[in-house]
Ligand binder design. Structure first.
Ligand code: GLC
Length: 440
């Protein structure tokens, strides 16, 4: 390296060291560090020595490690001890666990992660965070704050967002003569078949396409995308149950026809990490997953060989992504509401969302964080052509406290379709179950 090169290196290292003041901010999971806790001394004086329990993320990609890093930083700076308990990776199981805890009025959980579809059901058990965090909530996207506000109470703070995206193998598309990822479901089917036929010769485990087909919350998310991107509605539209319609049946039957062909039969048991394991070990051409998989896949054999885009659609219907995401709430039964609230304040601050977005590729709920160059660099799905995809929501607002039951009716029925039943034989049953639950 010449003198100019060495100088440039010294300068760029100095900028990187300057953190957010510099232009060369760390934008990789390995380089980014949990931010300092604002006002740590005052928090320590008030709550130092108290112990709280935080039910955080499960073993999904880098999520649990992120929680460990954040908890360690907060405890070190504030003296508040935190017991970190990962929830089950399956959102439906995580829901049941919390529901049991709340109905027992247990004080054993102080802070918990809550799925975007839960506030309606759990509101009665949660502290109204508006007085303490209402101001900070204004930094977050208004739609999510509204979702977390029940009867005028801010029952949870947005923590990170999510939406479904398509992962594809850039090297294999090129190898089989494709210049672009598929835009329609039919194209995805054809491309997956051609690539699978070619790759299977040297890799018997190779499949075309993987997603979340297990009977759990994830399948409600994936199937909402199939329907909404194919003119089949969103299960319940404008308060009316619409799931039993011909376009919904057509796309579901198409997906069923792929299972055991371009999709592994085992997909009916796949959750997020099962799909990611298939894709990351180099055994799948296409995967539907959430953004977290982008960062988690960077340390696997497919690093540098994949890209992301919007999910396919049918005909004139738009591509869509199901809205996911997680909030942080404080239990009404907590004996340490003050300490717990300070933890939530820090966790949902711009600095921590920035850390999470870079470390774990999670979607910031603070719009200003989503435009920070280092965040965009780490999360290519934040570029407008992908981020502006039509976002569709699960019918939580129509089902309220019955959402978990309604979603179960949906995912169990659709799992039966993937296992071989015709959509026409299953959809009427799902519709009649949903009709029993929809708010009058
Ligand atoms: C992701 C989403 C969440 C969804 C879950 C389903 O964690 O953020 O909203 O319910 O996946 O598996």
């Amino acid at each position: 390296m010449g003198l100019t090169g060495a100088l440039a290196l010294v300068v760029s290292l100095a900028i990187a060291g300057a953190g957010s003041a510099g232009t060369a901010e760390p934008s990789t999971p390995a380089a980014v560090k949990p931010p300092p806790v604002a006002g740590a001394a005052a928090i320590k004086a008030k709550y130092g020595g108290q112990s709280i329990t935080f039910v955080g993320d499960g073993a999904v990609g880098n999520s649990h490690v992120r929680d460990q890093n954040l908890v360690a930083q907060f405890s070190k700076q504030t003296g508040i001890k935190i017991k970190l308990v990962p929830h089950p990776a399956d959102s439906s199981a995580a829901y049941s666990q919390l529901a049991r805890n709340f109905s027992a009025h247990s004080s054993s959980i102080d802070v918990m992660m809550m799925d975007v579809v839960w506030p309606g059901a759990f509101a009665p058990y949660l502290v109204n965070l508006k007085p303490a965090l209402g101001q900070q909530a204004k930094l977050h996207a208004a739609g999510i704050v509204l979702n977390d506000t029940v009867k005028g109470k801010l029952v949870a703070m947005p923590w990170f967002g999510d939406f479904g995206i398509l992962y594809y193998r850039t090297d294999l598309l090129k190898k089989y003569g494709y210049s672009k990822p598929p835009t329609s479901w039919a194209q995805l089917g054809a491309m997956a078949k051609k690539i699978q036929d070619g790759e299977k010769a040297s890799n018997p485990s190779f499949v075309g396409y993987v997603y979340q087909g297990n009977a759990y919350e994830g399948l409600t998310c994936d199937s909402l995308e199939w329907l909404a991107s194919s003119g089949g509605g969103q299960f319940i539209d404008n308060g009316k149950v619409t799931i039993n319609n011909p376009k919904a049946a057509a796309i579901l039957n198409l997906q069923r026809s792929w299972v055991g062909n371009i999709v592994p039969s085992a997909v009916t048991t796949y959750q997020e990490e099962d799909a990611r394991n298939a894709f990351d070990s180099g055994n799948a051409a296409f995967m539907r997953n959430w953004p977290y998989a982008y960062s988690a896949s960077q340390t696997t054999p497919v690093k540098g060989k994949f890209a992301v885009t919007v999910l396919p659609h049918t005909g004139k219907s738009p591509s869509v992504g199901t809205v996911g995401g997680w909030q942080l709430g404080v239990s009404k039964y907590s004996k340490h509401v003050g300490a717990a609230t300070e933890f939530v304040r820090w966790m949902t601050s711009p600095a921590v969302e920035r850390y999470d977005a870079i470390f774990n590729a999670n979607v910031p709920t603070i719009p200003a964080v989503a435009t920070i160059p280092a965040v965009v660099k780490a999360n290519p799905y934040l570029i407008p052509s992908i981020a502006k995809v039509t976002r569709v929501t699960r019918p939580a607002r129509y089902l309220g406290p019955h959402y978990a039951q309604g979603s179960q009716d949906i995912y169990q029925g659709i799992n039966q379709i993937l296992n071989g039943k015709s959509a026409q034989s299953v959809l009427p049953t799902i519709a009649s179950e949903l009709n029993k639950l929809v708010k009058p």
